[in-house]
Design a binder for this molecule. Structure first.
Ligand code: V47
Length: 362
């Protein structure tokens, strides 16, 4: 039996990342056809997007990730730290512009206290209770735990109490420990990143999971990353009382400018599409695969919808992390632009909320 057939049997522990990395040896049409069949079975011609706003309270960071161009202590000479009032002003504007989700993640600013974060979330929820609050990556949760000594479980419980609705998927990077220690030494460990999400899911909450690819990692590291996520998700589903889990897997294509990784060889379009198709094939228990237009570019993100992806992310309004590294995403996208691209590609555009309830069809 060939490796693709075996991969589709989902005999959880039978194939190693090395064996599964042979999936990349199939051509894109073979992988794409299988991945497209899987996504079509679940979603037909639907492509999902949401109306969201990213807010990044500060770019002053205690951690040093080689791939990051956003952090002020690196090649970006403009440090900033927003106050709660400034963030609230942005949140109100975002809401007036149609955002139904606020995605709030920050650099690890040592001047923000434990209380600051939770006051921020409470104030936002008080002012805009109808807006979905997606906030704090597992890397931030780990950082807040380290500065406060509260323990990550308490941080997560306090997030629920303060009104955080879901967690974004950032900070996952690549779980392989050797790659991780080269690209982001000192940041949350892979083990802890996974423990944090598992505990959050146990609180009945949803989250996403990213993977930063296209830098020094090898194919088998990407597969290993996906398998670790698949395992956590299936562990989660064993506990009957839980309603939480991973909503979406988001492969983030590494952007090369203004950072310290100094990568010369970038993945081809084929390698990117194969990665997305393989994610759909392997991650049978994570419902949504997001082709994040901010890193892939709009064209590639739309093409990826025929290679297993079923989501584009959203309007964003202001994107500061990937655009600092060269992505053309700073100003976000209008809802009309997203809808027109999705329709032009022959799909049905579905505006969703943050946990994938369908709000409107275009
Ligand atoms: O974890 C940093 C990445 C992430 C670069 O959960 C870079 O819905 C590419 O996690 N090139 C933060 N990527 C963004 C993130 C995210 C984005 C969209 C949706 C969701 C979601 C989550 O940005 C970090 C890091 O992996 N990043 N630098 C770079 N040079």
């Amino acid at each position: 039996m060939d490796i693709l057939q075996k991969a589709l049997e989902y005999n959880e522990s039978s194939l190693s990342p090395q064996e599964l990395s042979k999936l990349y040896e199939y051509d894109i049409f073979t992988l794409g056809k299988v991945a497209n069949k899987l996504r079509t079975k679940r979603y037909g011609k639907k492509v999902f997007f949401n109306n969201n706003r990213h807010i990044n309270p500060s770019n002053i960071c205690a951690d040093v990730c080689k791939f990051c161009a956003f952090s002020a202590s690196r090649k970006n000479p403009n440090p900033y730290a927003m106050s709660i009032d400034e963030i609230l002003t942005q949140a109100h504007k975002a809401y007036e512009n149609g955002a139904k989700e606020l995605h709030i993640v920050s650099a690890h600013n040592p001047n923000y206290t434990y209380e600051w974060y939770f006051e921020l979330f409470r104030e936002i929820k008080k002012a805009l209770p109808q807006v979905h609050l997606k906030a704090l990556t597992a890397a931030e949760v780990d950082y807040i735990d380290r500065i406060s000594n509260k323990g990550y479980k308490k941080v997560l419980e306090d997030m629920v109490e303060a009104g955080v609705d879901s967690m974004p998927g950032g900070g996952a990077e690549i779980f392989d420990e050797s790659v991780r220690s080269y690209i982001c030494k000192g940041k949350v460990s892979s083990k802890r990143w996974l423990e944090i999400h598992a505990y959050w899911h146990g609180l009945g909450k949803m989250s996403n999971a990213t993977m930063l690819f296209g830098h020094i990692e090898k194919r088998e590291h990407r597969i290993d990353h996906m398998l670790r996520l698949r395992e956590i998700q299936s562990e989660d589903s064993k506990v009957a009382s839980k309603n939480g889990g991973f909503n979406a897997f988001i492969p983030l294509l590494y952007q090369k400018e203004n950072n310290f990784l100094n990568i010369k060889d970038f993945p081809s379009g084929q390698e990117i599409l194969k990665t997305i198709a393989i994610a759909r094939i392997l991650l049978h228990n994570i419902p949504h695969i997001k082709a994040y237009w901010a890193t892939l570019g709009l064209n590639m993100a739309i093409v990826a919808q025929e290679f297993g992806a079923n989501d584009m992310d959203g309007t964003i309004q202001l994107e500061s992390i990937q655009s600092a590294a060269g992505a053309k995403s700073k100003g976000g996208l209008s809802k009309d632009e997203l809808i027109s691209q999705i329709k032009d590609a022959g799909f049905v555009a579905i505006e969703r909320d943050s946990i994938y309830n369908e709000l409107a069809e275009y």
